[in-house]
Write a protein that binds this ligand. Structure first.
Ligand SMILES: [Zn+2]
Length: 256
């Protein structure tokens, strides 16, 4: 597993190109990407911010330094949530939804209620942080709505299970879609992995299936959360992608 991870972090494709790759697959299937980005990557990087301005593909906050809220102090956990939004706002980007790093929507000793209370007080409208490995994938109402991520995720399939065959990867996601009805299925696909040329056919197959399946609609995250209704017949399928590191240098910086 370690070898696989190293391969990814030493990869030669730039993050800019990985994003372009995913954007173009979604566009070919008449939809758009939503990226959840650790905001330290945008701090002092107007050229990175520019990618998401005037773009139909959306960027939203994914923590500040990508610390696990469950494992850090309360102060650092607060900083992850508050500073993430501040940097997005200062950059002129939308910041209405938060995704917790590592999908950990709980503070170390203070639990989930504190997490949603802080999001509410910081001015977020919703969260997409909780990972659920089995259906039903519906929104959960805490203090603010939680749009759950449908698992498994690409890192679980590719890194942990070591599955690199794009047909098998696509099948795993398509099986999830077939196993649910009227769900809001939000997939988390990391550009660092799924944006690579070798995995793009899997992404394309999933999008094509969602567009062909009479019970599903491929839709961008923002439109989906604004129009999803409990009890609807069709699945909404959204492709989101987390960006935790931009370059190998960022990866080292984050560990400090
Ligand atoms: Zn992340």
């Amino acid at each position: 597993m370690k070898k696989t991870v190293l391969n990814f972090y030493f990869q030669l494709t730039t993050m800019e190109d990985l994003i372009k790759n995913m954007n173009s697959v979604l566009e070919q299937n008449n939809s758009y990407m939503t990226y959840f980005i650790a905001s330290y990557l945008l701090e002092d990087h107007p050229e990175r911010v520019a990618i998401f301005k005037n773009s139909k593909h959306l960027a939203l906050p994914h923590g500040y330094k990508h610390f696990n809220l469950r494992e850090c102090s309360e102060n650092l956990a607060l900083r992850e949530i508050v500073k993430a939004k501040e940097i997005f706002e200062a950059s002129g980007l939308e910041s209405w939804c938060f995704r917790a790093p590592y999908a950990r929507n709980t503070f170390s000793n203070l639990g989930k209620n504190k997490f949603y209370q802080v999001l509410y007080e910081t001015g977020y409208n919703c969260s997409s942080s909780e990972l659920k490995n089995s259906p039903p994938w519906k929104l959960i109402n805490y203090k603010i709505p939680e749009f759950v991520i449908g698992g498994p995720r690409d890192d679980q399939i590719i890194d942990k299970s070591g599955i690199w065959d794009v047909k098998i990867i696509a099948k795993k996601f398509i099986r999830l879609i077939l196993n649910t009805k009227g769900s809001l299925l939000i997939f988390d696909m990391h550009p660092i992995r799924m944006g690579q040329k070798r995995f793009l056919p899997a992404l394309d197959a999933i999008c094509k299936f969602a567009n062909k399946d009479p019970n599903s609609i491929l839709i961008d995250f923002k439109t989906a959360v604004n129009s999803y209704q409990e009890g609807q017949n069709e699945n909404f399928i959204c492709i989101t992608g987390d960006i935790d590191t931009w370059t190998y240098f960022d990866y080292i910086k984050r560990l400090k």
